[in-house]
Design a protein around this ligand. Structure first.
Ligand code: PEP
Ligand code: MN
Length: 337
């Protein structure tokens, strides 16, 4: 249920409403908008059937949330959510670009690539220290050592870090280094992991599962949010279809669909979607035109020698050129880059 608070309600009245909801065994999630405060009463709604919520002082009206995802829905929050991260933000007028290698490979290379993407205008650096590889024999990532190289790259560039977490046991360590934790496509429905990152204070970049519907994806966001972490960024990275010319099929229609269904920021990862370097730029531009709040782009100083995803990685110079071209598209759709 959504409880719309009267504009003139006092803080004590708001606290009292929250207490009532909690006493009923439900979760109370407060969303303070520019005009209104809304309280989501989340849990078994049958409990509310016999409770006259509208009789509580300060309550203006009570509305059901019809969607299965509650906290993630537009009904719960009308305004777009803007997530502030270490001096940067995702979800506002400015398009956020996250760039870097697929995997952290060594200190020198990580710092070099970070400097390159900063020079190109990226606001975040990325790099996997824990890698979800299809083959157990492929490079699995440098783990803790990789995290320290990311931290060094952040020190040298001032850019915040996005990196993947695959296992609840690694959350504590990764959260010490990362500014944003990424949940990869393969883990989108790892519900234990989602619940655990829901308890974490860092923003979560949630990639769409390889074969996930938009509704399933939003239910996964709901898992994280119901734990108390409302800072979720959705990332479309292509889905599996019958088409084999590209690594996946980039579902750009997910962007406007999500904009209707949710207040959460939506970004696009054209690199993992297309899997081929020459297709990254057109799809990155199309993503901005479709209304994406940001992009995740793989960049490597020497893609030929990359330990992971070299075939889809741009060199820093190509990334810089793409940023220039994307600026024109951003301007045309009333955004900044
Ligand atoms: C990645 O971003 O490095 C990655 C593994 O992506 P995905 O989970 O989308 O395959
Ligand atoms: Mn990759």
């Amino acid at each position: 249920m959504i409880i719309v608070v009267k504009p003139e309600a006092s803080e004590e009245e708001v606290d009292h409403i929250i207490k009532k909801i909690k006493d009923l065994g439900l979760q109370a999630h407060v969303s303070k908008g520019t005009e209104r405060t809304i309280i989501g009463a989340i849990g078994d709604e049958a409990i509310l059937q016999s409770v006259p919520l509208e009789a509580i002082p300060g309550v203006e009206k009570v509305l059901p949330i019809l969607k299965p995802f509650k906290l993630a829905s537009r009904e719960f929050r009308k305004e777009d959510t803007v997530i502030a991260v270490a001096g940067a933000s995702i979800g506002g007028r400015r398009i956020a670009v996250i760039a870097g290698p697929c995997a952290v490979e060594n200190r020198t290379l990580m710092v070099e690539i970070a400097k390159g993407v900063k020079d190109g205008g990226a606001q975040f650096i990325r790099g996997g220290a824990f890698k979800p590889r299809t083959s157990p024999y492929a490079f699995q990532g440098l783990e803790g050592e990789g995290l320290s190289y990311l931290a060094e790259a952040r020190e040298r560039t001032g850019l915040p870090i996005v990196t993947e977490v695959m296992d609840p046991r690694d959350i504590e360590l990764i959260a010490k280094y990362a500014d944003v934790l990424q949940i990869g496509a393969r883990n989108m429905q790892n519900f234990r992991l989602l619940k655990e990152v829901g308890l974490c204070k860092k923003p979560i970049l949630l990639k769409r599962g390889i074969s996930a519907t938009i509704k399933e994806w939003l239910m996964s966001a709901e898992y994280i949010m119901s734990g108390g972490n409302h800072h979720v960024i959705l990332c479309e990275r292509g889905i599996r279809t019958y088409e084999t010319e590209t690594r996946n099929t980039l579902d750009l229609s997910a962007v406007p669909v999500l904009k209707k269904l949710t207040h959460l920021p939506v970004i696009v990862d054209p690199s993992h979607a297309v899997g081929k370097r020459d297709l990254v730029a057109p799809m990155a531009k199309a993503a901005i035109a479709a209304g994406a709040d940001g992009l995740l782009i793989e960049v490597h100083a020497n893609p030929e020698e990359a330990l992971c995803d070299g075939e889809q990685s741009l060199k820093p110079a190509a990334f810089k050129q793409l940023m220039k071209e994307m600026r024109l598209i951003a301007e045309a759709v009333g955004r900044e880059l």
